[in-house]
Design a protein around this ligand. Structure first.
Ligand code: GDP
Length: 478
């Protein structure tokens, strides 16, 4: 399989002449329209500090993320937070209450724009960005599209209700993404509130709060009465400091689409969360399979602004189409380049829809793992009884050795549901069903996303299959 120098340059968003120069340094003399093979392309790609994925042997996909910034070029940036928790535990109320703690919002007299994310300016001058779509579904489906925008999760647990099914799901999803959790025990104003019980219950999910000698930050709040919101914000900033969040503001912007829609009179409008660089009016960009030129930028209060830096959520006008939530957003040098990349991706999307099954089948997972990128096999286990689930978990975890490990993302009882499928897709996990099936919604979703579910009724067979997978993951002995 080959790719021309020009196409390679386009997909990397680099200049053709620079690619030719890089090839020359490698001893390959090529012209702009000359085809080069995938191995050579890979060398060039790494030369430019990009990543390359071979989706299949016959296909080459490029990520146009640029190289990492030198540490000295980066400055601290505000944390980006997603709120998760069980339905009715107060996610929306908490988001609204936190929003009101913004010093600027108070002056503006409570005009609220809902653009999918907002930023709170604290009296100290520090900022926190909140994603406005609470819950793990949005979080994980963004992750499935490659967007890891959340730095930390605030897990809301109602003090009068305790840990419920979706609380557990939220914990699972946050852990799978390796995103730290801060607990907000909400509704402490209620007569039946029992925060201590919540702390105890969290232990069962390996979240040990500070009160009990652990390192999970936990704050008791009331979204309704506005109690301890400042303490929650302090905890978020403390966690952010531990994470040492930094970005280079002085470069072309990169980010992720948080939300996108078509609006009468405004055309396609997208909310972009800037992850690094500074986005300016007039910049040309690619967003997923769409492109555009920034005609106007608006902040979360509806103000027109000239530019937006790291961790800022900003509404972008000037798109030629509507991208999807989770798509990457990246500024490029000129319109030709933007158009080329967008056209390439659109063609790609058409191809993918034409070929029904996608990534994630066992063979593909196997090859991907064998290529050496990852030495960890993620699994989701569902069975009819807790005993079987635990037996399977224990047998699989025992397979661990120096080179490979099984990571159990989720182990539960009952049919596969949609949350399991999105998690599997986002984490490229193997779904193991023992004496259970998938519910119809989950089955449809899995079919659409090309996620493979495997069903078993004998534990020995589960272990055997996973063993086979793992042996494929072992590096060849040199
Ligand atoms: P969500 O489903 O998690 O987004 O929950 P909501 O924010 O919609 O809240 C569910 C219900 O709990 C609503 O009736 C809220 O008014 C109520 N609620 C939320 N936070 C508090 C709180 O701190 N105290 C009390 N008493 N009620 C609350």
């Amino acid at each position: 399989e080959t790719i021309t120098v020009q196409e390679l340059a386009n997909r990397m968003a680099e200049r053709g002449t620079d690619v030719i120069k890089a090839l020359m340094r490698m001893g390959v003399m090529a012209t702009i329209n000359q085809p080069i093979d995938a191995d050579t392309a890979e060398l060039v790609v790494s030369e430019f500090g990009h990543n390359m994925r071979r989706v299949a042997e016959s296909d080459v996909e490029f990520s146009i993320r640029r190289e990492a910034d030198a540490p000295e070029a980066t400055q601290p940036r505000p944390p980006v937070v997603t709120i998760m928790g069980h339905v009715d535990h107060g996610k929306t109320s908490l988001l609204d209450a936190l929003r009101k703690t913004d010093v600027a919002a108070r002056e503006a007299g409570g005009i609220t724009q809902h653009i999918g994310a907002y930023q709170v300016n604290l009296p100290s001058g520090q900022k926190i960005t909140f994603l406005d779509t609470p819950g793990h579904e949005a979080f994980t489906s963004m992750r499935a599209r490659g967007a890891n925008v959340t730095d930390l999760v605030v897990l809301v647990v109602a003090a009068d209700d305790g840990i419920m099914a979706q609380t557990v799901e939220a914990i699972t999803h946050a852990k799978a993404a390796k995103v730290p959790i801060i607990v907000a025990v909400n509704k402490i104003d209620k007569p039946g509130a029992n925060p201590q019980r919540v702390h105890q219950e969290l232990l069962q999910h390996e979240l040990v709060v500070e009160d009990l000698g652990g390192d999970v930050l936990c704050v008791n709040v009331s979204a309704k009465e506005g109690t301890n919101l400042d303490k929650l914000e302090e905890a978020i900033l403390l966690q952010a400091e531990i994470l040492d969040l930094k970005a280079n503001a002085d470069r072309q912007a990169e980010g992720a689409i948080v939300e996108a829609k078509v609006e009468r009179g405004r055309g396609s409008v997208a909310t972009v969360l800037i992850q690094r660089g500074t986005l300016k009016v007039g910049d040309v960009f690619v967003a997923g399979a769409e492109w555009g030129r920034v005609r106007a930028l608006l902040d979360d209060k509806g103000n027109q602004i000239e530019e937006a830096g790291p961790s800022a959520p900003v509404e972008v006008l000037g798109l030629n189409g509507t991208p999807q939530a989770g798509d990457e957003f990246i500024v490029v040098d000129n319109e030709n380049q933007a158009r080329d990349i967008a056209e390439y991706r659109q063609a790609k999307l058409r191809q993918q829809t034409a070929a029904t099954s996608g990534r994630g089948t066992l063979e593909q997972m196997f090859t991907q793992l064998a290529e050496g990128a990852k030495k960890e096999l993620s699994v989701i286990i569902k069975s009819d009884v807790q005993g079987s689930t635990e037996a399977i978990r224990a047998s699989l975890e025992k397979l661990e050795n120096d080179e490979v490990a099984v990571r159990v993302l989720q182990a539960g009882v009952g049919a596969f549901n949609e949350s399991d499928v999105t998690l599997a897709k986002a984490s490229n996990a193997l779904m193991i069903g023992f004496n259970v099936r998938a519910n119809p919604q989950a089955r449809d979703l899995a079919r659409r996303d090309g996620v493979e579910m495997r069903y078993y009724s004998i534990i020995y067979n589960v272990v055997d299959d996973v063993k086979a997978l793992l042996s494929g993951m072992l590096s060849p002995v040199v």
